[in-house]
Ligand binder design. Sequence first.
Ligand code: UD1
Ligand code: MG
Length: 493
Amino acid sequence: MTARKRGSSNGAARPPPKASDETHKKTEQITANSSELSITPSKLGQILKVSAFFFVPYFYLIFYHYQIDEELKRSILINAVLSFAGFFITLFLIPVATKYLLRRDLYGKDINKKGTPQGSIKVPETLGIVVGIVFLVLAILFQSFNFTSDSNWLVEYNAALVSICFMILLGFVDDVLDVPWRVKLLLPSIAALPLLMAYAGHTTIIIPKPLIQYVGIGVLDLGTVNGDVSGVRERRGATNCYGTVNGDVRGLRCGIDEDYLMNSCCSLPAGFKLRGWIYKLYMGLLAVFCTNSINIHAGLNGLEAGQTAVTASAILIHNVMQIGASSDPEYKQAHAFSIYLVQPLLTTSLALLCYNWYPSSVFVGDTYTYFAGMTMAVVGILGHFSETLLIFFLPQVLNFLLSIPQLSGYYVCPRHRLPRFDPQTGLLTGTDDGTLVNLFLRCFGQLSEKSLCLLLLGFQIQTHNISEAIAVAVSLLHVANAAPSSCETRPLQ
Ligand code: UD1
Ligand code: MG
């Protein structure tokens, strides 16, 4: 939560104390901005250039490289147009909201600039509320372009939106009320309830082939496994996938022979009952992880919005490749569903980044980190690629593992686990707190805040590339080891 002062409402309108050194110019500009309540998206040009590197190949894949159904292409295009409109709306609304947030003393001080004039500026916090609201409006409007009233997707789509909306509300409550850390951890499980209650989709986790001999089953169905094969038969009828039951194995679409699958399921002890609630528990835990892992991999200008933009881009590319490589309508629809939610998430986050990149003139707040995490958890669940999603979250997983000793209370967990800033050099030094940010500083030595953020985002991009490469390597290994007649493989391209 924000280190925020609760004082008289006119406190925010007061200009910060005058500074007198070199960095004064930039400070004055932001100070004036804060007091005059007008900030400008100073990084707009840079963000647009960097975004072009992603969007050009992305649209090339959709419109030229893959043979994607015209109707699906049309829906993706409409969603993209709405999302780009969302970019400009967010860009316009952030300065407007800033004015109101400062009036209510919703601001934070930039800890990594403490001791410099910039460190004493009141930086408006909780701008995630703007991103969240624009996102929800776009996602709700988009339904009229894509779904018919009897669509099965409508229920889950709206349940997903309710969960995201609930998460935005709880994130905002956290930003305003400063909820204790352990309570904070539980908020996403409450927000996920609407989706968990409405969910009636797949409840299977496909066991990767090399592990099947150890686990003893090919598919773990957390919803309908009863020690018999009825659930499998129903599913086989429903999926109509080349006589196989298909799943996503680390980005690899792998059909598993139905007889093998039934035999595998039959090998479960009779009376072994796992109800759908176990899968729902898994979904709830995924939501808790995604939201909190983004929230604790934070504290550098641009890191929260930056990691979301990078991960959202990876998800979009993954979705397009899966759609392009598949001929299963249900599977394609699941990935299209993900695109419909991730495109607006990406563009609105990029708009936020125009203000939040170093040096930040706004902070995103827990409203944003929870909103972004919940949206990605939801698309992972409903797009049926939660395993792949966790691979995309590798830096966050690493940061979470490093954090366990402090989060569990084994070591003292201070309010902020950020590096030490030296106002003389303007560089950050790693502390003993267990975070990826500190680990990088310990490994690479002192760095400026901007360089460190770029390094962490570069690391995230690399982990995405490596994980895609591993997925392809594993898929090739599977092809070599698998019974050729029974396993149809479609590796990522
Ligand atoms: C989580 C982390 C905490 C980290 C904080 C930074 C855990 C258990 N908690 O706490 O260690 O310090 O996020 O967001 O790992 N801030 C900056 N620069 C930025 C962004 C934020 O200085 O670029 C500071 C500002 O003072 C801002 C505050 O962090 O007001 C926001 O912190 P908040 O999101 O409320 O912290 P938590 O999510 O509780
Ligand atoms: Mg936070």
